[in-house]
Design a protein around this ligand. Structure first.
Ligand code: NDP
Ligand code: X2W
Length: 347
């Protein structure tokens, strides 16, 4: 029903992805934002906390404890991992679709979660029936699920950069290296030593080498796509910019011979995916900033016999908030592209 307005709540709206969700949902033709929550700022107008919303969203932030979930169709959890799981448990029997932006339900099992997140999971039953919310790859699972685990930002760009190769079983195992760079908003709204201006400004560094939790998330999805055990080398880096992710993925392939063959493989794979743009030149972060696009350039290096796939996304949007809205469109049966037509902000 095109005129129906679905009622939504954004939980954790004082943070970065919560405010981006509000920006997108406030312009979505089929959504009414019923509640916006914050525990530390309850009672304050949303636009007081996020001044860009002045005269657009002035409604007061409320505590998540005070919302009436029976009046809602969809709940977005823009909360830290380890916190989301308690809300999923609490609202599991509501009729709402829950879209969780955290990593709490993205992995295959509570045991894998504990191994990579370093703490036990407190709602293990939630894993059953949770869909991994990568709309380009798992739309049918997403449509059937009541709990959607929105992918991480690095995994979104990394998975999309090599999915066509894994889907066709063309990658030589253990050959994949993913070098990823993210803007600072990926670290969330809370200030820390890592995000201190003088530690970031005019600086560039790697972190989480060999141990970042997105390694397993990417490995699981590649294994799922190719029906085999995939191991990757994943290294994230912190860029001195607000938003955006650029990944460069390297893979040895089994049977590729030309650039044309590689390009048509990617073009065919993403032919009916409106938000993945396969390019014939390198993408940059400003080509996608502020939008739901993922731009990918697949390059076949004949000399080294490697594929180099470069992908760019906006971490707060395709890597989080707009991806969550894309998942909402799928699960509520709304036109897939509704509310997601933002043109990238350049310059
Ligand atoms: N930033 C990004 O680029 C991406 C983030 N994600 C994931 O999305 C989720 C939200 O991310 P983001 O918006 O960046 O996070 P932020 O840190 O910016 O915001 C999270 C919000 O959660 C609320 N909150 C509720 N309970 C707690 C708690 N116990 N500890 C800390 N905060 C709490 C806080 O609001 P209040 O206290 O007001 O209630 C806070 O503002 C996270 O799980 C993140 O990993 C995923 C992909 C990309
Ligand atoms: C720059 C930066 O710090 N990025 C975050 C990832 C953000 C994200 O997508 O993380 P989740 O899996 O927690 O949702 C990090 O490396 O921890």
């Amino acid at each position: 029903m095109q005129n129906q307005k679905y009622k939504a709540a954004i939980i954790g709206a004082s943070g970065f992805t919560g405010s981006e969700l509000a920006r997108i949902l406030s312009q979505h033709p089929q959504v009414e934002i019923k509640y916006i929550t914050s525990e530390s700022h309850q009672g304050r107008p949303f636009s007081d906390l996020h001044p860009q919303f002045l005269n657009i969203i002035d409604q007061a932030l409320v505590s998540a404890e005070d919302i009436d979930v029976s009046s809602l169709d969809v709940i977005f959890l823009a909360l830290p991992h380890g916190v989301s799981m308690d809300f999923v448990k609490k609202w599991k029997d509501s009729n709402c679709k829950i879209i969780d932006l955290s990593g709490d339900f993205r992995l295959a099992s509570p045991e894998v979660y504990e191994a990579w997140y370093g703490k036990p999971h407190t709602y293990v039953e939630g894993f059953e029936g949770a869909a991994y919310g990568q709309p380009e790859l798992f739309a049918e699972d997403i449509k059937r699920s009541s709990l959607i685990a929105n992918p991480g930002c690095y995994p979104t760009a990394s998975i999309l950069s090599l999915a066509p190769l894994f889907f066709d079983n063309m990658v030589q195992n253990h050959s994949v290296v993913i070098d990823a760079k993210s803007g600072l908003t990926g670290a969330g709204v809370k200030a820390s030593d890592t995000t201190h201006f003088s530690n970031v400004n005019e600086n560039f560094k790697a972190y989480g080498v060999g141990v970042h939790r997105h390694t397993i998330e990417i490995e699981e999805q590649f294994s799922h796509l190719s029906d085999g055990e995939v191991q990757i080398q994943f290294t994230p880096h912190l860029l001195p910019i607000d938003r955006g992710i650029l990944v460069t993925s390297y893979a040895k392939t089994k049977k590729l011979t030309t650039q044309e063959e590689l390009l048509s493989l990617y073009q065919n794979f993403y032919a009916d995916k409106p938000f993945v743009r396969v390019k014939t030149s390198v993408p940059s972060i400003k080509d996608v900033r502020g939008s739901h696009f993922c731009d990918i350039y697949p390059f076949w290096d004949k000399r080294t016999q490697r594929v180099v796939a470069i992908a760019a996304i906006d971490n707060l949007l395709k890597g989080a908030a707009s991806q969550a809205v894309h998942n909402m469109n799928l699960v509520l049966g709304i036109e897939e592209t509704a509310g997601l037509n933002q043109i990238p902000l350049r310059p």
